[in-house]
Design a protein around this ligand. Structure first.
Ligand SMILES: [Mn+2]
Length: 397
């Protein structure tokens, strides 16, 4: 908002701030383009243009990774970066429309539109963040459990290398192996903010750990002392033992839940374990700012870190039709982007965006929104000093 005293617009302040950011990467990219792509034809006046496209421009040209960031093909070198885009092209956990296996590639493709410079966010990700594309995890189509093991091992590798994982699904069954790759390395409780139209907390769906089940297996089932398990709908004795020991249900906040795909068993588990369920109506009545504040309070209470799980179907299918289980009445894009920016301000240990299913998409709208969710989170983490190297980019003059 405009400054109350001077009346100066945020945009004007942000433009000044961006002026202070070095453009070293930009210059390096131009030099690299000219070296690898050769000098342009004589009639081209702008001599920063190369003969063969090797950088961001033209956005529609070239062979692109996420944000045209370096491809970290030798994964042993991933620790040289601050954040890594990791594709998890798996949709065997889908219970309705498949197609999310094409999500990581679709988000890569549309990301080429962006160069990481945001006036509204007062941030230049290309300069202020060492981002790479780590490629995709080798999933096993048709085998959920083997894929979970591959995913947890891969995510663990990225996380323990000191790199912020940007996990791009794939369906929401991945929530469990994703967190399982991170939480065991955190010395303390991990809060989870889960933004979705669906509660995704039942034990099994059609006899397997499908995309309707991740939070049953992630949050632990022994958080409630004195709970009478025998009276529950899902009164399995082993429920005492499931889940990750440092992911207590009281730190699990589920936002945007609603619609008519009710998940009776998932709701029973949420009730039993005491996760916080904030419906779409709750968010509407609270407003985005208050909803985010409450979610942060709950997720961070006695926790060391917070993980963000963003299901693209939390955004209304009028804007995000490319998804497997659409549910009208969800967040508007501007609300979703504000919500994730507010959440990211306090820092995150990792993030996932799931359920982008390009076969049902229109004009790449859904994959573009998924890309924006990632960028708005990365931008906020960078401006808040939780990620990247903002200080190093400031001009020394
Ligand atoms: Mn969902």
């Amino acid at each position: 908002m405009p400054d109350k005293i001077t009346g100066e617009l945020r945009g004007s302040r942000n433009l000044k701030r961006l002026e202070g950011i070095s453009q070293t990467r930009q210059q390096e990219e131009i030099a690299r383009g000219l070296e690898l792509g050769l000098e342009a034809a004589d009639s081209i006046h702008d001599r920063t243009i190369s003969l063969f496209s090797r950088g961001h421009q033209p956005a529609f040209a070239g062979i692109n990774t996420f944000m045209k960031a370096p491809y970290c093909e030798d994964i042993r070198k991933v620790g040289e970066y601050e954040a890594a885009y990791v594709g998890i092209p798996f949709d065997t956990g889908t219970t309705y429309r498949p197609g999310a296996r094409f999500g990581p590639q679709a988000v890569r493709q549309i990301s080429a539109l962006y160069d990481g410079y945001s006036v509204d966010g007062a941030v230049d990700i290309q300069e202020e963040l060492d981002l790479c594309d780590a490629g995709d995890i080798f999933v096993i189509p048709g085998n959920i459990e083997k894929t979970f093991d591959q995913v947890s091992k891969a995510v663990s590798y990225i996380y323990t290398a000191g790199v912020f994982p940007i996990l791009m699904g794939g369906d929401h069954s991945l929530g469990y192996p994703n967190v399982r790759g991170i939480a065991p390395h955190i010395d303390g409780n991990v809060g989870i903010i889960h933004i979705d139209r669906h509660i995704d907390m039942q034990e099994m769906d059609m006899d397997e750990r499908m995309h309707t089940t991740p939070w049953f297996w992630t949050s632990n089932g022994h958080g409630h002392e004195g709970r009478d398990v025998s009276t529950s709908h899902h009164s399995h004795s082993h429920m005492h033992d499931v889940g990750l020991s440092n992911c207590p249900p009281k730190n699990l906040v589920q936002m945007g839940i609603g619609g008519w795909y009710g998940s009776r068993p998932g709701s029973a588990i949420a009730r039993e374990r005491g996760s916080s369920v904030m419906t779409m109506t709750d968010i509407e009545e609270l407003g985005i700012k208050k909803a985010a504040e409450m979610a942060l309070d709950l997720a961070w209470k006695n926790a060391k870190a917070v993980y963000l799980s963003f299901d693209i179907d939390s955004i209304d299918p009028g804007f995000a039709p490319g998804t497997g289980s659409p549910e009208p009445g969800g967040l508007m894009p501007r609300e979703a982007l504000e919500l994730v920016r507010l959440i990211a301000r306090e820092g995150l240990c990792g993030m996932e965006v799931v359920e982008v299913a390009p076969p049902y998409d229109v004009n790449q709208n859904t994959s573009q929104l998924a890309c924006r969710i990632v960028l708005d989170v990365l931008g906020t983490l960078t401006t808040e000093g939780k990620l990247g190297h903002r200080a190093r980019c400031l001009h020394q003059d």
